[in-house]
Structure formats: C-alpha cells, structure tokens
Design a protein around this ligand. Structure first.
Ligand code: 5GP
Ligand code: MN
Length: 334
C-alpha cells in the first residue's frame, strides 16, 4: 500500500469518488466519511457517501448526513453511484467484509482503493492509504491527511464538526489511552477555526428518546452479570428486549462502557441477539487484549481495548461460549 500523501496527484483533476464505511456506522465512521466528503467536494470531485446499512438517528445532525445513501434501502442509487468510479475511499474499517452486503461488489471493483483507518491487522487489498493504530480515530487521520495534502486551508466548520464528533466518541470523550497530545492539539486547531463543541456533545449524547434510558435501567438491573473471579462483567440482551423497548439503530451504543465502571473489572462484554445473528462488543482496561480475544473466539476484531465480533449460535449458546472463553483466559484476566 502506497502512503496517503501519494494520492495528491490523483486529486488534481475531477474524479468520480465513493466514500464508504463499516456497516452500522458509528460517529467516527460517519464523521470521518463526511469530513472527507466536505473536503473532496471543495476539490471539485463528484462524491457520494454510501453506508452499507442504516445509521443511528443521533448522527443525522452531521452536515450532509441527509445525502448519505444506505446501500440496503437505496440500493439502486448506491449501485449507480458505484458505477465507473475512479476512487473508492474506505474509512474506519480495514477488511472488506465489514461492509456487509457491499463487500462482494467492492471486491470486484477495479478502481483505486484508498484506506484511512486505525484498526489492527489491515487486509492487503488497498492501493493507497494510512493504517495507524496509534490514532485516536479515523476522523483524526482524515484531519492529518488533509494537512499532509497541503489543504489545511480547506478545513471549514463542516469538516471540523465531523472530525470532532468522530474523535470525541472514539476517545470516550477524551479519556481513553489513545487521547494523545496530538489529539488535543488537533482539537485546539479546530476550536481556533471556530468549532462549537458543546452543541456537538448535546447532539450526540443528549438526543435519545425516553425508552432508551428505560432500556438502560432494565438492562443494568436485570441483564447484567458480574464474574468477579474473572474480573469480567457481561450484559446479554435477548431480542425480546430490543422489541419491548422499541430500540433503534444506535440505541445500544455505549452500553458496554457502563460495565467497565465497576471497580476491578478488566473485561466488559455486551452480547445482543439481533435476531439474524448475535453481535458481541468487548471493552477492556489495561493489558487485556480484546482484539485477539474477538478474533480468536468470535470471528471479529478491532482495537486492543475495544473490539467486536459475531456468532451464529443462539444467545444462550453464545453466552456459554463466552464463559468458556473467559475461563480459558483466566490468567490474563487477573
Ligand atoms: P463496537 O463494539 O462499538 O461495535 O466495536 C468496537 C470496535 O471493534 C470498533 O472499532 C469496531 O470497528 C470493531 N469491530 C466491531 N465488530 C467487529 C467485527 O465483527 N470485526 C472486526 N474486525 N472489527 C469489529
Ligand atoms: Mn473508529
């Protein structure tokens, strides 16, 4: 993979571009993609952002979010946008399968593929890009890419808002180990450019419906289990709960982090029956590597302290497998 700076000549004449992200995008996937969008349109390119699936309502405030095509519900438009593209930007994921139903199409496309990402162990099917696991977020890498391309004067308030949103969420509001001085310098620069951060926090964190908070209370009271011998806490959510509380995409985001607030807990797991498959989210504190854990047991991956996976077994069977997995990792969990 050639370095990201080397795309500079490719951007000198108008191109047909698609930007895509991982399925069920979070604020970093959407924020980095839309920041890239606002940058590339200023450079005169024909740009479409495609999400492999729908995305949470709490991201709809992002500038140009209304232009993002959902590959599932607007398939015809998305396929037309992919037709004959010159450049494909892949943001906030590094293995094509993470684009779900889009993956078979992306694999076949012979356009130039550009990766901007911070997850561990990238697949080798990209022509240009940056894969920096020390970066707090993909949004931060988009910001740095714009600088490297000599275009920092193009960082406007739309770009700043999108970048800030991706960074604040992926750093757990600037608390995770990935929150380097580099992150704070970037935010200072965005604020110098006029970024209003308070409204972004409100848009992301204070914008849910009552049922989501009720669901949170119910889950913590009735669905949480703590295994002190393994310093592990788990939330297993049956599909009936998702129905009962009428949850929407994104409503379970952040839930797993509550478990890590229990004294001594090193590993937190959120296991949700999404009906078609069971989705797992892992978070850890300190030296327990949940990227390897998710890869080994649940066909997933991610970062050292935050990862995800899936299972085609029932919720009960998946929980059983999880408990067996933590038993096997007892030593590392001490
Ligand atoms: P989340 O738990 O928020 O869904 O994901 C946590 C982190 O793990 C994110 O960086 C996400 O991109 C990554 N991740 C989640 N699910 C998967 C998966 O199935 N495979 C891989 N490789 N990464 C995942
Ligand atoms: Mn990310």
């Amino acid at each position: 993979m050639k370095s990201i700076e080397e795309i500079k000549p490719l951007l000198e004449s108008p191109k047909k571009v698609v930007i895509t992200m991982h399925q069920k995008p979070d604020a970093d996937a959407m924020g980095s993609s839309l920041a890239m969008y606002h940058y590339l349109i200023q450079k005169g390119h024909d740009v479409t952002v495609i999400s492999p699936t729908n995305f949470p309502d709490f991201l709809k405030w992002m500038p140009a979010a209304e232009l993002v095509l959902d590959f599932e519900s607007s398939n015809d438009k998305a396929m037309a946008a992919l037709e004959g593209i010159d450049l494909l930007f892949c943001l906030d994921f590094n293995a094509l399968y993470r684009t779900k139903n889009m993956a078979p199409f992306l694999e076949k496309m012979d356009c130039i593929k550009i990766l901007i990402d911070h997850h561990l162990e990238p697949q080798p099917n990209f022509d240009y890009g940056v894969s920096d696991t020390s970066a707090s977020s993909t949004a931060q890498l988009v910001y740095e890419t714009i600088y490297k391309l000599g275009d920092d004067k193009l960082i406007n308030l739309d770009i700043a808002a999108c970048i800030y949103a991706g960074t604040v969420t992926d750093t757990g509001s600037f608390r995770f180990a990935s929150t380097s001085a580099r992150v704070h310098r970037m935010v200072a620069d965005l604020m110098d450019r006029g970024l209003k951060h308070e409204i972004i926090h409100q848009n992301i964190y204070d914008n849910f419906l009552e049922n989501r908070l009720r669901f949170l209370g119910h889950s913590l009271l009735n669905r949480m289990e703590v295994f002190y011998e393994y310093n592990t806490a788990m939330l297993a959510i049956p599909y009936t709960d998702l129905k009962r509380f009428d949850l929407m995409t994104g409503d379970t985001e952040g839930l797993v982090n509550f478990l890590l607030s229990i004294q001594g807990i090193k590993l937190a797991a959120l296991i949700i029956d999404r009906n078609v498959e069971v989705k797992l989210s892992f978070r850890s504190k300190g030296d327990f590597d949940v990227n390897t854990f998710a890869r080994k047991y649940f066909d997933g991956g991610g970062h050292f302290n935050a990862s995800g996976g899936r299972s085609s077994d029932s919720l009960e069977k998946t929980v059983e497998r999880f408990l067996k997995a933590i038993e096997e990792n007892e030593e590392q969990l001490q």
